[in-house]
Design a protein around this ligand. Sequence first.
Ligand code: NAP
Ligand code: ZN
Ligand code: ZN
Length: 379
Amino acid sequence: MASKSSNRGVQSNILADDIHLSKEGKTGIQVCGYAVNHAKAQLTPYSFSRREPRDHDIVIEIHYCGICHSDIHQVSDEWGGSTFPMVPGHEIAGVVLQVGTSVTRYKVGDKVGVGCFVDSCRKCGPCLEGLEQYCVGGMSLTYNGVENDGKTPTQGGYSNKIVVDENYVLRIPDNLPLDRAAPLLCAGITVYSPLIHWKAGPGKKVAIIGLGGLGHMGVKIAHALGAEVTILSHSLRKQEEGKKLGADKFYATSDRTTFKELKGYFDLIINTVSVELDWNQYLKLLALDGTMVVVGLPEKKETQIGAFPLVNARRSIAGSAIGGIRETQEMLDFCSKHNIACDIELIPIEKVNEAYERVLKSDVRYRFVIDIKSLECKD
Ligand code: NAP
Ligand code: ZN
Ligand code: ZN
């Protein structure tokens, strides 16, 4: 997953001045939200401006934004290269407020979403195939990134409005409530994409490691696809709920007998865990030709993978990043058809710092979503 990076560290102060000037002069779209000003800082109220809509742009009034664990990794600069001030949020759901003169796909009042990226080069092989998340030149992340001009910082969905090119906006089907649909834009697509790519379905044994935001959607989607689903959680604490989400089996990875009992069992394992795991012991749970797909992105470290667990049963290890625009729309339509949405705890924005603490303790069932109406904007 490539993303455009900037040398914004130096630019942050200039940016703050620009914002001040534009606020005074009321150019651009005035936006309020919450930002962190340096790594590991608390989120606090922050006003800024976004570009005036261009011909193909849509102005979205944000109603809800999910809290993804990636927000926490990035505000803490755990992946390196974070730039500040940072308004996190890439699980955005809202309503179209205004459209540019050439917009054809959406109209005012439509229910829409924005996920992890807001642009890409549109010319490279992956972009032309609808795999913009693997854009060779780097996609423009929704926040903690830069626009296609390579320099304008992007800011995310913990804010009341966003301006996005219509080609990077998703339609949220009518039967999905906006608050419970918001986390589909990242958590949902990140598990849907590998489940489809590695053909989860009837007759396939799928394991989901980690029952968090991504994990609980992995269980729901794999179950809807007809696979046999096993949750591998670090304790049995969530066992009853896991079964209600659609899991056939539930095991605690803190229990060493789990690894003996399930040896060589799964066709596909999706690892959603936000911390380092010993991948070798999970690889041994795969059957012949099985694949473990890593989607969890802990703080960057070297991970040692032994040759033997791979060679012994022609096993594979792979990774997967979110999903392209076309596949994200397909996932939303799949969820609509199967009446699947995220299990959420809706919070006012003042509780966002507390929510981060609780995510780190896995103390949420299963996604916090910020009610953006709770933002008190001064203008
Ligand atoms: P989350 O809601 O916090 O879920 C992570 C789960 O990992 C927890 O619920 C917990 O599951 C397990 N876990 C946490 N700490 C653990 C520990 N110390 N030992 C063992 N298991 C532990 O996070 P999320 O939002 O689903 O995101 C998960 C990861 O995916 C993050 O690293 C995020 O950055 C990454 N991500 C990647 C992509 C991508 O495109 N590849 C997209 C989105 C997010 P149990 O309680 O069941 O053990
Ligand atoms: Zn995310
Ligand atoms: Zn591209």
